[in-house]
Design a protein around this ligand. Structure first.
Ligand code: FES
Length: 108
């Protein structure tokens, strides 16, 4: 795996890889990865994001899902991430959407 900057304009997450910016979309704190439920949980005000960075509407104040960096996987498996190109995360979804279950995680 290589990490280097690129100047190409392509949608974030291209190549079936999602590269998340680990900064809470509420006030920018760092959501910690919780190995109990594989979610990202913000210790500041409790926003929670699933393993794909999706924010659940009812789980605290963040206004959207985690933002994403531009990324690409080449044919030979090289991952390129451009941390200078950020796409805003999508709007939160309701708990109970396919794949989203209530997390019992690391925050109390
Ligand atoms: S900074 Fe993450 S919930 Fe407030």
């Amino acid at each position: 795996m290589a990490l280097r900057g690129q100047e190409h304009a392509q949608p974030a997450g291209r190549g079936n890889v999602r590269t998340l910016y680990q900064a809470c979309t509420h006030l920018g704190c760092t959501p910690n990865f919780c190995p109990k439920n594989f979610w990202f949980e913000c210790p500041s005000h409790g926003s929670r994001y699933d393993r794909l960075g999706i924010k659940v509407e009812s789980l605290r104040p963040a206004p959207r899902s985690l933002d994403r960096f531009w990324s690409e996987v080449s044919a030979d498996g090289i991952l390129t991430v451009d941390t200078g190109k950020i796409s805003l995360g999508p709007l939160p979804v309701a708990l109970g959407q396919p794949g989203l279950i209530a997390p019992t995680g690391c925050l109390s």
